[in-house]
Design a protein around this ligand. Structure first.
Ligand SMILES: Nc1ncnc2c1ncn2[C@@H]1O[C@H](COP(=O)(O)OP(=O)(O)O)[C@@H](O)[C@H]1O
Ligand SMILES: [Mg+2]
Length: 220
């Protein structure tokens, strides 16, 4: 379970011109295996909230508790290990390593976990097969289409079998047809997992049994 207790996030110093209150008093409870969508206008704080849920960002105030563990108190090293194991991130802009091939990108979380090469190559190839990309395993991101890059990103997000999948506008850079295929991939691969989807596509958001709306940093 994911529990947000009075989470606030500010950027910049209080009296500076770059000061922004991105999130205000977020209280939220997400059960294991739930599929939740988050919608809201640009600048509403959606990405900030997702980064906090994904332990990439620390809240300025409040607590984030995942499976009974207060992650806001964890040391950076422990936190990145926790994140690598439990959380899969899917980004609008894919965030792939341009210098690495598709299979190396997918294998990255396993390399970080210290798996042997033979094992991580086999597992990464399996993941690429699951998203229908085994024929592209040796391609660099620049040699792949947008939809293919996103499938590499999905395979990478899921390779450690995380229990939580966070997707930030995963279809935002794709045409409608490719976007649909990508959503099908995400839904299929995150069965039984907690899925939190940020989108401003109302049709996509409506696929989730639970829809959250962010407005000016607050849940409404
Ligand atoms: N690194 C940052 N430094 C300063 N302000 C930021 C930073 N990231 C986001 N913001 C600001 O915080 C607010 C929320 O941003 P964001 O979470 O990206 O919104 P959304 O994803 O809903 O478009 C915006 O006003 C944005 O300008
Ligand atoms: Mg955003």
């Amino acid at each position: 379970m994911i529990l947000c207790e009075s989470i606030c996030k500010t950027y910049g110093k209080t009296d500076s011109s770059v000061f922004v209150k991105a999130l205000e008093d977020i209280n939220l409870n997400i059960e294991d295996g739930e599929f939740v969508s988050i919608i809201g206008k640009s600048g509403a704080g959606k990405s900030t909230l997702l980064k906090i849920l994904g332990t990439i960002l620390r809240p300025s105030e409040g607590r984030l508790i995942i499976d009974g563990l207060d992650v806001t108190k964890m040391k950076p090293g422990d936190l990145s290990e926790f994140r690598n194991k439990h959380i899969g991130f899917i980004y609008q802009s894919f965030m792939l390593e341009e210098s690495l091939t598709a299979i190396e990108n997918v294998a990255l979380p396993l390399m970080i976990s210290g798996l042997k090469k033979k094992e991580y190559v086999a597992k990464a190839l399996d993941m690429l097969r699951m998203v229908g990309l085994e024929q592209r395993s040796g391609h660099k991101p620049s040699e792949l289409s947008g939809g293919e890059r996103q499938r590499v990103c999905i395979a990478r997000a899921l390779i450690n079998d995380p229990s939580i999948i966070l997707a930030d506008e995963p279809t935002g850079n794709l045409d409608e047809k490719t976007g649909k295929e990508i959503m099908d991939n995400i839904l299929r691969m995150s069965k039984g997992k907690t899925l939190i989807l940020v989108t401003h596509d109302m049709d996509l958001a409506a696929m989730a049994p639970r829809k959250l709306v962010l407005h000016d940093g607050k849940l409404v």
